[in-house]
Design a protein around this ligand. Structure first.
Ligand code: FES
Length: 111
């Protein structure tokens, strides 16, 4: 049986494409939910380079052309649709994807 846990709503993305939420199962972690051109993506907010958060200040992420998200620490660039680092010190490594579902404008963590 699949359990859905609410992460955020589409209205949380009015002026930005990334939204950070606490991990509902571990409050020491956070998740970055990204609104892409063709849907939503979610990853653990942990850079595979040094295992630190991607945002440069709380909940503020650098993105490029709605296609890439950049780690604030050493500028690794990740494809928002796959989580793959396409440039930077951890090139070829991936952000850890978080399974989600979107229903009625709400993004859920899928368990
Ligand atoms: S910690 Fe993210 S690029 Fe180094």
């Amino acid at each position: 049986m699949v359990t859905l846990i609410k992460l955020c709503e589409q209205t949380d993305f009015q002026e930005k494409i990334c939204f950070r939420v606490l991990h509902p199962e571990d409050d020491k972690k956070s998740i970055v939910v990204i609104k892409g051109q063709n849907g939503f993506y979610a990853y653990e907010n942990v850079c595979p380079h040094f295992s630190v958060q991607l945002d440069y200040k709380d909940g503020v992420f650098s993105t490029y052309k709605n296609k890439l998200i950049m780690c604030a620490h050493h500028s690794a660039m990740f494809d928002i649709t796959t989580g793959e680092c396409v440039d930077g010190p951890c090139k070829g490594h991936y952000l850890k994807a978080v399974p989600i579902d979107v229903k009625d404008s709400v993004v859920f963590l899928k368990r």
